[in-house]
Design a protein around this ligand. Structure first.
Ligand code: ZN
Ligand code: ZN
Length: 149
């Protein structure tokens, strides 16, 4: 994703409205490696700007995804996550708390695939499942809950 200033210019160039709500979302997403869902981002934004609507969050995320500034990541359970890191990478998710991290997989573009049956331009999107460092910690210190994300 480009910087908030560049995105503001890009939105204007496309004739899209720039509002303080959208600029707040640009700022919250800038360098964000938490892979937030739309709802998680909405709650974070509402802390700073109580009037913001979930609809505005979805609209802005969709516009950014359409412009190629944001990747929508399906992690196999729960809602889609949004990722301003558009570089070539994959994900690992904690099955207990839903934390998602970026991982880099060598050889992902050279996997042997059978059964493509004519599908072209196939892009791998790999999601590894496991437990994050907090959830893998032995009891009783383990009280990580999804709300922390
Ligand atoms: Zn976890
Ligand atoms: Zn990512």
């Amino acid at each position: 994703m480009r910087s908030p200033a560049d995105l503001t210019a890009a939105f204007r160039a496309q004739g899209l409205k720039i509002t303080p709500q959208r600029q707040l979302l640009f700022r919250l997403l800038d360098g964000n490696d938490q892979h937030p869902s739309a709802e998680a981002l909405f709650h974070q934004a509402a802390d700073e700007m109580p009037g913001i609507s979930l609809r505005t969050v979805y609209q802005t995320l969709n516009d950014l995804a359409d412009m190629g500034e944001l990747r929508q990541v399906s992690v196999g359970c729960g809602p889609s996550r949004f990722d301003p890191n558009t570089s070539d990478h994959h994900h690992v998710i904690c099955d207990r708390c839903g934390t998602v991290r970026d991982v880099y997989v060598s050889g992902a573009d050279n996997l042997a695939i059978e059964g493509l049956d004519g599908f072209a331009a196939v892009t791998p999107s790999i999601v590894f499942h496991g437990e994050c460092t907090v959830c893998a910690r032995p009891e009783p210190n383990n009280n990580h809950s999804p709300k922390e994300h």
